[in-house]
Write a protein that binds this ligand. Structure first.
Ligand code: NDP
Length: 400
C-alpha cells in the first residue's frame, strides 16, 4: 500500500489517475498535481464518480524544484508518476533525488529551446539515483514503453538473436476534426517535423522528414501509409539489444494531416523561436497549441482503433524466424471507460502498470532504467487485465 503523486492533468494524467484509483490495494492514496489545479479537480471529480475514490489535488509548477520538493515533503509519496511534459523530466528527477522518492515517466527529456530529445541527460542521473537508493523508470508509456517491453519479450522467448526490428504505430481512428494531434500538439509537432533516423549496421542513418513511406497492413484496420520517423525508444533498444542490425520506427499519417502540417510549417506556425507581436514575445508553436483542439477533448465520437506493435526478424534454433506482437485499442472503449481517447489510454495504462511493478517490488532496483531492462513477463501478464490486450504471431509476412 503506497502513496503516489501523479504530475500532469492532461489526457494521460486523467487515464493514469483513473487506473491507479482502480487498484487501491497498491495505490492507497493518490495526489494529482499540475500547473492548473482546476484540471486536477475535474479529474478528481470523474474518479470519485466512477470509482468512489477520493484523490487529493494540488497546483505545482513542475519546472520549479523547491516547489516540487515542498509538495513531495507535504504529501510523502513513495513515487512520482510524471505525465506532464518532457521539459519537466530533469526538474522532477532533481526533486525526487532531494526527497528520496522513486520516479517514472513516459517521454525522455527535451529542452524547450531546441527540438531535440535523447536519453543522455537522464542516463546521467544513474550514479546519483543509485547512491540515493532510489529508482527511475524511463519511458513507460506505449511507445516508448510497451513497444520496448514487447521487444524484451521477443528477445526472451522467441529469438536467439534479433536482427531486424520495425516498430509500427497506426492510429486508424477518426475524431472528425480537420486537424488535431492526439497528444500535446507542441511535443507532437516538434517530434514529427524533425529529420528521421534509423539504426543500421552499427550507426544512425539520417533521413528527411517523411522521406520513406510504406503501405503497411494493420490488424483489424487494413492498409495505411506509414512513414519512417525517429522515435526515442530506438536509442535504448539498440543499446540493450546489440544483435540488432537494423531498427526503425514507422507511424501512419493521413494525406489531410500531412497537408495541414505542411501549411503549418510553410507559414512558420511550427517555429519555436519567439516572435515579437504587439509588444509581446510569442512562440508560434505555443500559440498554435492554444488554438488547436485539446487532445483531451477528442474522445467523444472518436471512432476506430490504434494498433501499435513490433515486427521482428531474427534467428531461433539456427533457423530464420519472423514475429509480430501488437495491441489494438478502441478509442470509443477507452473513452467510455476513462473519458479519454485511445492515445491517452495506451499511455496511461502502462504508466500505472509500471508504477505497480515498482511499488510491488517486481521491478525494483537502484538507478536509472529503461523498461526493457526488466523481466517483461510480469508486466505483460497483467497488461491485458488492465485494458490493453496483446497478441502475437510467428512466421508471418512482416511486409518490411
Ligand atoms: P497534455 O498537454 O494534454 O497534458 C500535459 C499536462 O502537463 C497538462 O495538464 C499541463 O498543465 C501539465 N504541465 C505542463 N507544464 C507544466 C508545468 N510546468 N508544471 C506542471 N504541470 C505542467 O499532454 P498529454 O496528457 O497528451 O501527454 C502527457 C505526456 O505523455 C507528454 O509528456 C507526452 O509526451 C507523453 N506521451 C507519451 C506517449 C508514450 O506512448 N510514451 C504517448 C503520448 C504522450 P496545463 O493544463 O496547465 O497546460
Amino acid at each position: 500500500m503506497s502513496k503516489v503523486l501523479i504530475i500532469g492533468a492532461g489526457g494521460v494524467g486523467r487515464v493514469t489517475a483513473m487506473k491507479c484509483a482502480e487498484h487501491p490495494e497498491v495505490f492507497s492514496q493518490i495526489m494529482l498535481a499540475s500547473r492548473t489545479k482546476s484540471k486536477c479537480d475535474d479529474i478528481a471529480q470523474a474518479v470519485r464518480l466512477k470509482h468512489g475514490v477520493e484523490i487529493q489535488t494540488a497546483r505545482v509548477d513542475a519546472e520549479n524544484v523547491p516547489e516540487l520538493v515542498a509538495l513531495i515533503r507535504s504529501f510523502g509519496p513513495e513515487m512520482v508518476i510524471h505525465v506532464a511534459l518532457p521539459y519537466q523530466d530533469l526538474t522532477i528527477m532533481d526533486a525526487c533525488l532531494e526527497t528520496g522518492v522513486h520516479y517514472l515517466d513516459t517521454a525522455n527529456y527535451e529542452p524547450k529551446e531546441e527540438a531535440k530529445f535523447e536519453y543522455s541527460w537522464q542516463w546521467a542521473y544513474q550514479d546519483r539515483f543509485r547512491e540515493k537508493g532510489i529508482m527511475a523508470l524511463l519511458g513507460c508509456g506505449f511507445d516508448p514503453g510497451v513497444t520496448s517491453i514487447f521487444t524484451a519479450r521477443a528477445a526472451k522467448h522467441h529469438f536467439d538473436e534479433m536482427h531486424y526490428l520495425d516498430i509500427v504505430d497506426c492510429n486508424g481512428g477518426d475524431h472528425g476534426k480537420a486537424f488535431a494531434t492526439n497528444f500535446n500538439p507542441e511535443i507532437n509537432i516538434r517530434e514529427i517535423t524533425q529529420n528521421g533516423r534509423y539504426w543500421e549496421n552499427g550507426q544512425w542513418v539520417e533521413t528527411q522528414p517523411f522521406e520513406f513511406r510504406e503501405e503497411l497492413t494493420y490488424p483489424n484496420i487494413g492498409q495505411r501509409s506509414s512513414y519512417l520517423l525517429y522515435h526515442e525508444e530506438l536509442e535504448s533498444l539498440v543499446k540493450n539489444f546489440p544483435t540488432l542490425k537494423r531498427a526503425r520506427f514507422w507511424m501512419t499519417f493521413g494525406d489531410e494531416y500531412l497537408t495541414h502540417l505542411r501549411v503549418i510549417q510553410n507559414i512558420g506556425m511550427a517555429g519555436i523561436e519567439p516572435v515579437r507581436y504587439q509588444g509581446m514575445d510569442i512562440v508560434p508553436l505555443n500559440f498554435l497549441k492554444a488554438v488547436l483542439p485539446d487532445p483531451g477533448s477528442l474522445g467523444d465520437n472518436y471512432t476506430g482503433e490504434t494498433s501499435i506493435g513490433c515486427r521482428i526478424k531474427g534467428i531461433k534454433d539456427g533457423k530464420e524466424k519472423s514475429y509480430y506482437i501488437w495491441n489494438n485499442c478502441s478509442h470509443q472503449r477507452a473513452f467510455d471507460e476513462t473519458g479519454a481517447q485511445g492515445v491517452s489510454y495506451t499511455t496511461g495504462v502502462p504508466a500505472m502498470t509500471g508504477a505497480m511493478m515498482m511499488l510491488q517490488g517486481t521491478w525494483m532496483d537502484k538507478g536509472v532504467f529503461n523498461v526493457e531492462e526488466f523481466n517483461p513477463d510480469p508486466f505483460l501478464d497483467v497488461l491485458g487485465k488492465h485494458g490493453l490486450e496483446w497478441h502475437e504471431a510467428t512466421n508471418v509476412d512482416l511486409e518490411l
